[in-house]
Design a binder for this molecule. Structure first.
Ligand code: NAD
Ligand code: UFG
Length: 349
C-alpha cells in the first residue's frame, strides 16, 4: 500500500520512545503515521529508524505542538493534498517526574498548554478522534490492586502527575463540548523494551531515572551499580512492585484504541479510559533476576534507601482493554528485558 492511499494519522511526539514504536505499529496496521516532534527529548535518528523499519519515507515535521499557526498549516496542507487526518495520537509531553518538581510551570505549559492548542486546531479542522498518553500515575497509591479504571484519582504526587490528571479533565470537557468527539485516555503502566530489530528503542538523556535503562546501562558497564530503592516495603520481597509491559504491546494498544475511536457513532461524543498493562506485578528484585537469567549478564546492585514519592505496589486490571479494544499483551517480562538488552548492546558503551 503506498503512503498516499493509507489513512493519515498525526503522531505528536513521534520521534520519542513510545511514539516511534507506535508509528511502526500504525504503519503495520495500514495507516500512514505523520510524525511531529520538536526534538526536545528525541533525536532525528529515531525518525530514520522508523522509516527504515517501515521501508517507507514517512512524513516528519519538526513542529512544537504549542505553535498553533504551524499546526494549522499542517492540518490544512494534509487536507489539500487529499490526505486529511483521520485521528491524532498525542504523545508529546515532558515526562520526568523529578524535573517536574523543579519546573512545574514548564510542565504545565507544555503538557496541558500543548494539548489545548492541539485540541483547538483539531476541532477547527473537524478531526475528532484523539488517543491520549495518560499514565497510571493518575491513581497515586491505589487502595487495592489490581487497579481498575474506576479507582479514584489521588492527589497528584508531582506536577507531572497533575498534568496527566489535568489533561484527562481537559479531554473529558472537550469531548462533552463537541458533537462527535471520540477520545481514548490510555493509562500506561510501565513501558519497557524496544523494537525487536533494535533499530529503535529508548534514548534516555543523561543518567536514567527509570529502572530498565539504569539496569541495562549497569550491565553494559556504563554505570557501576544499580541501587534498589528500598527493600523494606510491605511486598513479598520488600521491593516495589510494578506492571512492566513491552513497548510494542503498548504500541499495538494505540492502534486498537484508534480503531475503537473510528468505530464510534459519528454523532455521539465519547471519552473512555483504558488501563494498559499485563495484569501482573513484578518486584525490582524479580526484574533483576529475570534479566540476569535471560541475558546471562550480571547486574551489580545494592540495596539503598527508599526513593521519595514511590508508590509501593501497582499493577493493572487490563480487562476493559481486553474486552472493548480486543487487546492484550503478547510479550512477557523475559522477552521485554531481552529486547531492552539487545537495544542497549546496539547503543554500546
Ligand atoms: P519521550 O520523551 O521519549 O517522547 C515524547 C516526545 O515528545 C519527545 O520526542 C519530545 O521531543 C516530544 N515533545 C515534547 N514536547 C513537545 C512539544 N511541545 N512539541 C512537540 N514535541 C514535543 O517520552 P515517552 O516515554 O515516549 O512518552 C510519551 C508519552 O507517554 C508522554 O506523554 C508521557 O508522559 C507518557 N507516558 C510515558 C511513560 C513512560 O514510562 N515512558 C509512562 C506513562 C505515560
Ligand atoms: N528503581 C530502583 N532503582 C532505580 C530506578 C528505579 O530501584 O535506579 C525502582 C523504583 O523505586 C520503582 C521501580 O524501580 O520501584 C520502577 O521505577 P521507574 O522509575 O522505572 O518507574 P516508576 O514506576 O517510578 O514511574 C514510571 C514513569 C513515570 C510514570 C509512572 C507511571 O517513570 O513517568 O511509571 O506510569 F508516571
Amino acid at each position: 500500500m503506498s503512503e498516499g492511499s493509507r489513512p493519515h494519522v498525526l503522531v505528536t511526539g513521534g520521534a520519542g520512545y513510545i511514539g516511534s514504536h507506535t508509528a511502526v505499529a500504525l504503519h503495520e496496521a495500514g495507516f500512514c503515521p505523520v510524525l511531529l516532534d520538536n526534538l526536545d527529548n528525541a533525536s532525528i535518528e529515531a525518525v530514520s529508524g522508523v522509516r527504515e523499519i517501515c521501508q517507507e519515507d514517512l512524513p516528519f515535521h519538526q513542529i512544537d505542538v504549542r505553535d498553533g499557526a504551524s499546526l494549522d498549516k499542517l492540518f490544512s496542507d494534509l487536507y489539500a493534498q487529499g490526505t486529511p487526518l483521520q485521528g491524532i495520537l498525542h504523545f508529546a509531553a515532558h515526562k520526568a517526574v523529578g524535573e517536574s518538581v523543579a519546573q512545574p510551570a514548564r510542565y504545565a505549559s507544555n503538557n496541558v498548554g500543548g494539548l489545548a492548542v492541539l485540541l483547538e486546531t483539531a476541532a477547527k479542522h473537524g478531526v475528532n478522534n484523539v488517543v491520549f498518553s495518560s499514565s497510571c500515575t493518575v491513581y497515586g497509591e491505589p487502595s487495592q490492586v489490581p487497579v481498575s479504571e474506576s479507582a479514584p484519582f489521588q492527589t497528584a504526587e508531582s506536577p507531572y502527575g497533575w498534568t496527566k490528571q489535568a489533561c484527562e479533565r481537559v479531554l473529558t470537557d472537550h469531548a462533552q463540548s463537541l458533537a462527535g468527539a471520540h477520545v481514548a485516555l490510555l493509562r500506561y503502566f510501565n513501558p519497557i523494551g524496544a523494537h525487536p530489530s533494535a533499530i529503535i528503542g529508548e534514548l534516555p538523556l543523561g543518567v536514567p531515572n527509570n529502572l530498565i535503562p539504569y539496569l541495562t546501562q549497569t550491565a553494559s558497564g556504563i554505570r557501576q551499580k544499580l541501587t534498589v530503592f528500598g527493600n523494606d516495603y510491605p511486598t513479598p520481597d520488600g521491593t516495589c512492585v510494578r506492571d512492566y509491559l513491552h513497548v510494542m504491546d503498548l504500541a499495538e494498544a494505540h492502534v486498537a484504541a484508534l480503531k475503537w475511536c473510528k468505530t464510534q457513532a459519528s454523532t455521539s461524543s465519547v471519552v473512555r479510559a483504558f488501563n494498559l498493562g499485563t495484569g501482573q506485578g513484578a518486584s525490582v528484585l524479580e526484574v533483576i533476576q529475570t534479566f540476569e537469567r535471560v541475558t546471562g549478564q550480571q547486574v551489580a546492585h545494592e540495596i539503598g534507601g527508599r526513593r521519595a514519592g514511590d508508590v509501593v505496589a501497582i499493577w493493572a486490571d487490563p480487562s476493559r482493554a481486553q474486552k472493548e479494544l480486543a487487546w492484550s499483551t503478547q510479550r512477557d517480562l523475559a522477552t521485554s528485558l531481552q529486547d531492552a538488552w539487545r537495544w542497549q548492546e546496539k547503543l554500546g558503551r
